[in-house]
Design a protein around this ligand. Structure first.
Ligand code: LMR
Length: 397
């Protein structure tokens, strides 16, 4: 039965964890996967999460099946966070389903879109999160790219991006990173978002905003600018949400998919179809993580605590960006390193080639993705000197 089954390559991101775990060098550093570690190199358990869990443990509840679309209070809290108090929410024209992480949200959306427009193409940014292409391909789509990163200018090729979107046929699904672009860390300006929204509207494209890092750019509110502009333009669009990073709840798989519709009646029909996607994939979502997030987002003291802790993570990452630049300069790197501090979110797109990234891994035990992406959120004062020294060696050749 399985004689023709080929051996699949390791996952380009999570596969690195397997390699990292097998590495016996005590000095190894994992800058591969997008995970935030604190100043002691530890995965944080946020205080707001601990407080919510303590409250939940004090009043334990039985674990029946959740509704197919998840915990109602959670879905409502997600809508508040992503769409604020926009009229679309009050008018009940946003369909939100709890999902198994941001990836689960993308997959539910992809499956629904495949039913809606089986012949539509999907456009992702060049480059994009490695799993975007795999996930939409696996859902049956032909996946192509629109220009995004321009190595020559060290930023975004906005003209190329707009030209590609302009040339796309109506109904094309366009996957956009709402903030903290993964892997490059370069985000569109507000004015550039305006141009993207206008093309999507004029050409009848289907925007799918992946929002896995809300709060890691400038702030929770500030990072919602792209969503606000799509809302203001009156478009129908998709938003996937992840709380893996912002709540440090990676293993709980807490996410959501929201679909903005034109009316409450349309929204009811869309939600009924999303529920079929959930039901036929995994029946209904798990309880714990979403209950924690809902409790935090709807309890004012816990919410304030979370916002403070998220700001702490954001600020520490920023400080590490500055420290990395200083350390690389001190180690003799003369090239312009301003991109490290200009980029937003957890990652820095270092400009290193795949061969250089492999040398970093093999010779120095510093793990990053072959695309040149390193997770700045895993740097700390202790591992920084070794990482900077290794990067400097590799950059200087
Ligand atoms: C990443 O890009 O490293 C994260 O989103 C984790 C993942 O699932 O790939």
């Amino acid at each position: 039965l399985f004689s023709a089954v080929t051996l699949a390559p390791r996952d380009p991101i999570l596969g690195l964890n397997e390699q990292f775990n097998a590495d016996t060098r005590p000095t190894k550093v994992n800058l591969g996967v997008g995970v935030y570690y604190d100043e002691n190199g530890k995965l944080p358990l946020l205080k707001c999460v601990q407080a919510a869990e303590a409250a939940m443990a004090a009043a334990p509840k039985p674990r029946g099946y959740l509704p197919i679309d998840g915990i109602a209070a959670y879905d409502a809290a997600v809508q508040g966070l992503v769409f604020g108090n926009h009229e679309a929410v009050a008018a009940k024209r946003v369909a939100t389903v709890q999902a198994i992480g941001g990836t689960g949200a993308l997959k539910i959306g992809a499956d629904f879109l495949k039913h809606l427009g089986p012949n539509a193409k999907v456009l992702i940014s060049d480059p994009s999160w490695e799993n975007h292409r795999a996930l939409f391909t696996q859902a049956g789509f032909t996946v192509e790219t629109y220009p995004y990163y321009d190595a020559a200018v060290g930023g975004i090729n906005v003209a190329g991006m707009l030209a590609a979107l302009n040339a796309a046929p109506a109904g094309t699904v366009v996957v956009l990173h709402a903030c903290c672009h993964n892997p490059t860390g370069y985000d569109l300006t507000d004015a550039q978002w305006g141009e993207v929204v206008a093309v999507c509207k004029a050409k009848g494209l289907v925007p799918f905003l992946d929002m896995a890092y809300q709060g890691f750019g400038f702030g929770i509110q500030e990072d919602g600018e792209a969503v606000r502009q799509f809302l203001a333009a009156g478009l129908s669009f998709f938003v996937s949400t992840s709380f893996s990073k912002s709540f440090s709840l990676y293993g709980e798989r807490v996410g959501a998919l929201s679909v903005v519709c034109t009316s409450a009646e349309e929204c009811t029909r869309v939600l009924s179809q999303l529920k079929i996607m959930v039901r036929t994939n995994y029946s209904n979502p798990p309880t714990h993580g979403a209950q924690v997030v809902a409790q935090v987002l709807t309890t004012p003291e816990l919410r304030a605590m979370w916002e403070g802790e998220l700001a702490g993570m954001r600020e520490r990452i920023k400080a590490m960006r500055g420290a990395l630049v200083a350390a690389l300069k001190a180690a003799g790197v003369t090239r312009d390193l301003s991109f490290v501090t200009a980029q937003k979110g957890m990652f820095s797109y270092s400009g290193l080639t795949a061969a250089q990234m492999q040398r970093l891994r093999n010779d120095f035990g510093v793990y990053g993705v072959d695309s040149g992406r390193i997770c700045v959120a895993a740097l700390n004062e202790k591992n920084l000197p070794a990482v900077a020294a290794a990067m400097a060696e590799v950059i200087k050749g």
